[in-house]
Design a protein around this ligand. Structure first.
Ligand SMILES: N[C@@H](CCC(=O)N[C@@H](CS)C(=O)NCC(=O)O)C(=O)O
Length: 254
């Protein structure tokens, strides 16, 4: 198999995309990555995903085009299994942990944008246009107020929505800490699995690991300061940073 066989469509700053990028890297499966530009991803995502959904990640292979990180993991297990990331004896446990952290992905995004919008608008425009053509960047810059308004509605970025997000993220962080306090290094069984990749990737925008080109940037940390603050020094986010330094290594968007 060559790099050209599999293509992963992502956003550079997407934590669900990072979950699949990390899984493919761990599996040493060659792939090409296409970092998309928000708004301009909508039509291709609808077409590639074929599920009336506009989300990334999407993995395109010669056999199928798969949208949604959980479905991509399932597909990888079927076509490249058995995977050491989903050991048969731990399958149910891995899937349960994957599902619980998948659920807070939107909350993490909601919480970050709530903190970043305003003072961080210019930086968010920069993040959204890093992989854009000149024409796309022009459109994003000029329609940013409209895109921001629509994202705020879509993600329910308002006082009540942000409070609910904070509570749900806090609950999962507490669950993770209870697991660590009971002497475990990993979240399913005693080995590194897709459960650890999912939890660490979905919390990475809060943990800001040094290996991630977007989350480690000083400007990112500065505009997300308010969102990161409640858990910055928690054992859970320390665990995320440790996992990145031990198992992830430097990430390069391809
Ligand atoms: N359930 C999906 C959620 C993915 C998701 O929410 N992706 C965000 C980026 S982190 C996205 O594509 N947002 C743009 C959109 O919904 O159009 C998965 O696990 O892949």
């Amino acid at each position: 198999m060559t790099k050209a066989d599999y293509t992963l469509y992502t956003f550079a700053m997407s934590h669900y995309s990072e979950k699949i990028r990390w899984s493919l890297d761990h599996m040493k499966l060659p792939y090409r990555e296409v970092c998309m530009t928000p708004v301009f991803h909508i039509v291709p995502a609808l077409r590639m995903g074929g599920r009336k959904q506009t989300t990334v990640p999407i993995l395109v292979t010669p056999e199928a085009s798969i949208q949604d990180s959980a479905r991509i993991l399932d597909w990888l297990e079927t076509h490249h299994g058995p995977l050491d990331l989903i050991p048969a004896a731990l399958r149910d446990e891995v899937m349960a942990v994957e599902a619980r952290f998948n659920k807070i992905g939107r909350d993490v995004a909601r919480f970050l944008y709530a903190a970043g919008f305003g003072e961080g608008d210019d930086y968010i425009v920069k993040l959204w246009t890093d992989h854009a053509s000149a024409g796309q960047a022009f459109v994003i810059r000029h329609s940013f107020p409209l895109i921001k308004w629509s994202l705020k509605r879509q993600l329910k970025i308002n006082e009540a929505g942000v409070a609910r997000a904070r509570k749900r993220i806090g609950d999962e962080i507490e669950w993770l800490e209870a697991r660590l306090n009971s002497g475990h290094r990993f979240l399913a069984g005693d080995q590194f699995t897709a459960a650890d990749i999912t939890a660490a990737s979905l919390l990475a925008p809060l943990a800001c690991p040094d290996q991630h080109p977007v989350y480690r940037a000083p400007e990112y940390k500065s505009i997300m300061r308010e969102a990161i603050e409640p858990w910055r020094d928690s054992a859970a986010l320390d665990w995320v940073r440790k996992l990145y330094s031990q198992d992830r290594g430097e990430i390069k968007f391809q």
